[in-house]
Write a protein that binds this ligand. Structure first.
Ligand code: PLP
Length: 471
């Protein structure tokens, strides 16, 4: 593709995306296709000769679009949002155009320095503890996902607990980790990948607010110590996936300090809310954490993937991750004056993700991002009040921010039918969780295009579907 052809096709794609942004609401939110339906339309073999660009775009419309679930639809209330935005897409395009691979400072100094700087900005934007800034002993790095951040935190904790000898002396089998029953499954996965075993993760019961019970955490740690295990890691969650609940970080942090355990805080979805003063309570006790992560790719208008991962003391992470073959040696690294982000993550190579984050923050400004969060929380609270006032429904957990967990009083089967009917209608998309042993529907209000009328319509559809499901 010549630069001129790129200009022509690029304009076509930008126009296509702009049209999509204007019309996304008209599509069924959840893709209404059966498994294999998209592949059935694809040729068995790749083309020998290149095809004209308009033909490829025609297939995007005709073959791909029916198989797309529309995460950018204002009627998307499932999982947690994965918002995109104009500035973010343009940042992504610039990143692809530059084609930079930023494994070392030397492989593109701007890639590293913008990332370091923007992650320091975010410490101030979210009023995170100063120890997470790169100007002290800590610092932030962009990971692809919260799962990777949690894995990196766990590996650094494992190495710190074993005095960085697990690679030479072998892995201790009796290292134990702790998280709430509502912690994300990525904590279990991290234990599996780290070679420590899912069985050595203790899932601590939650209280009536679905937050980890710190007294039971302490009990579990004491029992493990008495049985000869070595507790080393706790993951606290701010905004659990199932219930949106917030673990008591201060109480957990004190226990971790007492037992020299690494405290990682996973605020994948909810962390963004801390750009608003009034929601900063979610981070009470965060000053006791060793590491922290949140996902701008959920609620901060940065398209997937972008997780911001912070450590209070970067040496443990770097020592856990650093391997330097001869071919990566360079003068800048030897001076120790630069950050080489390859030592802060699992892969060697890395994309210039900071560009999209930088463009989003600069284009919207912090105030506009705050307004978005405030609007979503306001809508969620209104929705929760409607549920609460309806005798057929009940709230399944307190609504802390923008996730409303609720259920029909008719039991699991009725709720499952209700959910299936709603999602098959294509007019809204919600997902579910188990809370207190019973099915709950999750109304996650965080899509950037969602307005009050979409939330009203969703509630109307839910009530209609509930009536229909009864017949
Ligand atoms: N942690 C929490 C609390 C989540 O809700 C999620 C996903 O929704 C994750 C971690 C995983 O996020 P990622 O896809 O960035 O790994």
């Amino acid at each position: 593709m010549t630069p001129d052809e790129f200009r022509r096709c690029g304009r076509q794609v930008v126009d296509w995306i702009a049209n999509y942004m204007e019309t996304v609401e008209k599509y069924p939110v959840l893709a209404q296709v059966e498994p294999g339906a998209i592949r059935d339309h694809l040729p068995a073999a790749p083309p020998e000769l290149g095809e004209p660009f308009p033909e490829i775009m025609r297939d995007v419309d005709e073959i791909l679009m029916p198989g797309i679930t529309h995460w950018q639809s204002p009627n998307f209330f499932a999982y947690f949002p994965a918002n995109t935005s104009g500035p973010s897409m343009l940042g992504e395009l610039l990143s692809a155009g530059l084609g930079v691979q930023g494994m070392l400072w030397a492989t593109s100094p701007a890639c590293t320095e913008i990332e370091t700087h923007v992650l320091d900005w975010l410490v101030d934007m979210l009023a995170l503890p100063d120890k997470f800034k790169s100007t002290g002993n800590g610092g932030g790095v962009i990971q692809d996902s919260a799962s990777s951040a949690t894995l990196c935190a766990l590996l650094a904790a494992r190495e710190r607990a074993t005095e960085f000898r697990s690679n030479t002396d072998g892995l201790p089998h009796r290292l134990t980790a702790y998280a709430s029953v509502h912690a994300h499954s990525s904590v279990t996965k991290a234990m599996m990948i780290a070679g420590l075993g899912a069985d050595n993760l203790r899932l601590i019961p939650a209280d009536e607010n679905q937050a980890l019970r710190s007294s039971l955490l302490l009990e579990a740690i004491n029992q493990d110590v008495a049985a000869g295990y070595r507790p080393f890691f706790v993951c606290g969650t701010v905004g659990t996936t199932a219930a949106g609940s917030v673990d008591p970080l201060a109480a957990i942090g004190r226990i971790c300090a007492q037992h020299a355990l690494w405290l990682h805080v996973d605020a994948a979805m909810a962390g963004t809310a801390a750009i608003c003063d009034e929601f900063r309570f979610i981070h009470d006790g965060l000053d006791l954490a060793d590491s922290y992560c949140f996902n701008p790719h959920k609620w901060m208008l940065v398209n997937f993937d972008c997780d911001c991962f912070y450590v209070a003391e970067r040496t443990s992470l770097i020592r856990a991750m650093r391997v330097t073959p001869e071919y990566l040696e360079n003068r800048a690294t030897l001076t120790s004056e630069v950050i080489d982000y390859r030592d802060w993550q699992i892969p060697l190579g890395r994309r210039f993700r900071a560009l999209k984050l930088w463009l989003v923050i600069r284009s919207y400004g912090v105030e506009q991002l705050r307004s978005l969060i405030r609007e979503h929380v306001k809508l969620a609270r209104e929705f929760a009040a409607w549920v609460d006032a309806d005798p057929d429904f009940e709230l399944a957990a307190p609504t802390v921010l923008n996730l409303v967990c609720f259920r029909h009083r008719g039991g699991d089967e009725r709720n499952q039918r209700l959910l299936d009917d709603l999602n098959h209608s294509g007019r809204v998309f919600l997902t579910h969780a188990k809370i207190g042993g019973a099915l709950a529907l999750r109304m996650s209000i965080g899509q950037a295009n969602t307005q009050r009328r979409h939330v009203e319509q969703a509630w109307e559809l839910i009530r209609q579907a509930a009536t229909a499901a009864a017949n």
